[in-house]
Design a protein around this ligand. Structure first.
Ligand SMILES: [Zn+2]
Length: 472
């Protein structure tokens, strides 16, 4: 195994105060696509996801529902773990929960390292706190005395003695990190966003809570009156999932990580977490890929607006590979996308029922009728251009490339009219080109890819449409 290349990719850990929505499904499926593509390229891959389970919001939600916090997070964590099956994720995915014993110990060890570096100190302070974000808010994040992201929640004013992390010390070190790695954050305008923030000057941030006010967290080492702040604890998952600090060999095999995260996570992932790593004496992450949000019917999805879509809703109407298709091609990876059921139906009918589905039926009908056997299939059927897109995490572009090939194949059929000529050479060429399309679909729509491959290998037309038209 030592000659194998290794690749580690993670999503953020969603906070389990609500059920998973389609935005998180996008992050997971995108990470899964990259993991599968890397495996096809001969890499050994570690794909990480899981659940973030401490903090005030969860503590309150548990109390409100009359449950013990542990019982409450167990139930919600199950709903996230089930995504593994529902989204067709690769089955050797690692799922970490921040309430696991080994993670708790890792978070405490990480704290001790930052403390040793002189980066943790105690201070009395007054703060404006958004329970929606589980974050203290600074002036630039407040509008009309409310958090910009949660205008429907009152900010809480808090005064207490907390431990602080010396974030202010890391401005230049972070700028050096970005300058030495111009693609550290993708897309580049997200990196610029964070550079602007840093140049304004960084403020130290609080990393503990008083246990008597909020007991649902990991104890601060050496101070039983405080628990570790939920963000500080959760970020450590990216290394605790590798067995750090117990299993250093495994940690070194996989680290550093490629992180997928939403656009509300730039500051935490690209700056706070990176400063924490430097403080603990660990190497920075490898890259951070930031995605946009999905809106529905022109509005941000939310339970209260009644426009909250789960991945299971989409799968119910369009099947798993319908969902994976939308997430890969039709939802803009880096910008926000507005979705509606009508638009999804149109895209499905045009590109899956008519586009891909029709193409497979036509070519395999010709093959079954005119060829005695499957033409010899090449070992390498995926063009390097396709992998080149995915090496840059450009999932939209990689999937567009496949549909470009589907379009070219449609044109070729129109020109050659093989149903009239019955030209076997032409039909063999069509089958080989379809095979290349099936192989490229493998990381993106795995079930469909395997189904097309199986039709090609048995030289049979499909007995039913791969993507039946949806009229309702
Ligand atoms: Zn907020």
């Amino acid at each position: 195994m030592s000659n194998k290349k290794s690749f580690y990719i993670t999503t953020t850990l969603p906070y389990v105060n609500a059920e998973p929505h389609i935005g998180f499904a996008m992050e997971l499926v995108h990470a899964d696509i990259i993991a599968r593509a890397k495996r096809l390229q001969g890499f050994e891959v570690f794909l990480n996801t899981g659940t973030d389970e401490h903090g005030q919001k969860i503590y309150k939600a548990a109390l409100n529902s009359g449950k013990e916090p542990q019982e409450y997070v167990d139930e919600l964590s199950d709903k996230f773990e089930i995504l593994k099956l529902d989204l067709g994720l690769t089955n050797d995915l690692h799922f970490i929960r921040t309430t696991e014993n080994s993670h708790q110990k890792a978070a405490q060890k990480f704290w001790e390292l930052c403390e040793k570096a002189g980066d943790i100190y105690k201070k009395k302070y007054k703060t404006r706190y958004c329970v929606g974000c589980e974050l203290e808010k600074t002036d630039s994040e407040i509008e009309n005395n409310r958090c910009i992201l949660h205008p429907n929640l009152e900010l809480e004013i808090r005064e207490e003695e907390n431990y602080f992390f010396r974030f202010s010390k890391y401005g230049q070190k972070l700028l050096d990190l970005y300058n030495n790695n111009p693609e550290f954050v993708i897309p580049d305008y997200r990196l610029n966003e964070i550079k602007v923030l840093i140049k304004k000057g960084l403020e130290d941030f609080s990393i503990s809570r008083l246990k008597e006010k909020m007991p649902w967290g990991i104890s601060v080492p050496g101070d039983s009156e405080h628990v570790i702040y939920v963000w500080f604890d959760a970020l450590v998952n990216y290394i605790s999932t590798l067995g750090w600090p117990e299993n250093i060999a495994q940690f070194e095999k996989w680290w550093p990580v490629v992180q997928f995260a939403g656009k509300d996570q730039v500051r935490q992932q690209a700056a706070m977490w990176q400063a924490m790593l430097i403080s603990a004496g660990l190497t920075s992450s490898k890259q951070i890929v930031i995605h946009g949000f999905l809106n529905f019917g022109g509005e941000k999805m939310s339970k209260s607006l009644g426009n909250f879509i789960t991945p299971q809703d989409v799968i119910g109407k369009f099947k798993l590979d319908g969902l994976r298709y939308f997430l890969s091609r039709e939802f803009n990876q880096f910008e926000d996308t507005d979705v509606s059921w009508n638009k999804l139906k149109e895209l499905y009918n045009a590109n899956l029922a008519n586009g891909l589905g029709n193409l497979v039926s036509r070519i395999m009908q010709l093959a079954e009728t005119n060829l005695e056997e499957t033409p010899e299939l090449p070992k390498e059927a995926i063009p390097p251009e396709f992998f080149a897109f995915l090496d840059k995490y450009q999932i939209n572009k990689a999937t567009n490339y496949i549909w470009q090939k589907i379009g070219e194949l449609d044109v070729l059929i129109q020109e050659e009219k093989p149903w009239e000529s019955k030209n076997k050479e032409v039909i063999r060429e069509l089958v080989l080109k379809l095979y290349s399309i099936a192989r490229m679909l493998n990381p993106i729509m795995t079930g469909t890819s395997l189904e097309i491959e199986s039709l090609i290998k048995t030289n049979k037309k499909p007995e039913y449409p791969l993507f039946p038209r949806i009229n309702a």
